[in-house]
Design a protein around this ligand. Structure first.
Ligand SMILES: [Zn+2]
Length: 231
């Protein structure tokens, strides 16, 4: 896991000798936890939506958009609702999926792989989409999890402003905790629209991150997992 401690706050203040201009488009991240304020949930969801709508309206207004236009006038409310209820709903722990575990009655002791889980997230540096696939795997330590819960856990952590490295580790960490095992693997292969639609404008590259914990961290297991994913 990376332990980058650089945190970018303003244009002016040099941070560890760097300014945001020096850092540019570099994707830095500061740790496993999404950086949240202590009072992150002081406002209710409705209060947040009202506030975001006002602020987003101001952004549109500053850009010169005519908010009396029929097509635009509902946009601030739509964006606010989408942020809180949908694409950033994973910031709020109350939206964490409830997970029930079952006894491993089948005595299945090999890896279970859930592959090609649809992944939509948003880059926390540019607030544009990250689109890709997640593959998760585990070896049961006695309990098994409903398959769709694996998708839901991926989606919960994806619905935050994210960097792919943190997203990968957050999913792995959650699965480790829930399934009470180190034997977890998470692979994410995703396109970042901040790379493809702007900036360097590279449409073909994608970013792969991987976590191999416990029994997965051997060349044979990694090869076995990759064979399942690639077939
Ligand atoms: Zn970005």
């Amino acid at each position: 896991m990376k332990t980058e401690t650089l945190q970018v706050k303003t244009n002016e203040k040099p941070l560890n000798g760097f300014t945001i201009d020096d850092i540019g488009d570099d994707h830095l991240f500061t740790g496993l936890k999404t950086p949240l304020k202590k009072d992150a949930f002081k406002l209710s969801d409705n209060e947040k939506k009202e506030r975001i709508a006002i602020l987003f309206e101001e952004i549109m207004d500053v850009m010169g958009l005519d908010l009396t236009d029929d097509s635009l006038k509902g946009t601030p409310q739509r964006v606010a609702k989408m942020y809180i209820d949908e694409i950033f709903s994973g910031l709020n722990p109350k939206n964490k999926p409830k997970v029930a575990l079952f006894d491993n009655k089948y005595q299945y002791n090999q890896m279970l792989v859930e592959k090609n889980i649809t992944l939509y997230s948003n880059c926390e540096h540019h607030f544009v989409p990250i689109i890709g696939k997640a593959h998760v795997a585990y070896i049961s330590s006695g309990k098994v999890i409903g398959l769709s819960k694996l998708n839901r856990i991926v989606q919960y952590y994806a619905k935050r402003p994210q960097v792919q490295e943190r997203l990968t580790n957050q999913i792995a960490n959650e699965l480790k905790t829930i399934l009470n095992t180190e034997d977890i693997a998470v692979i994410i292969d995703a396109k970042h629209l901040c790379v493809s639609s702007r900036g360097i404008k590279d449409e073909t590259s994608s970013t792969i991150t991987a976590f191999y914990g416990g029994a997965f961290n051997t060349p044979q297991k990694i090869l076995e997992l990759q064979n399942y994913i690639n077939n």
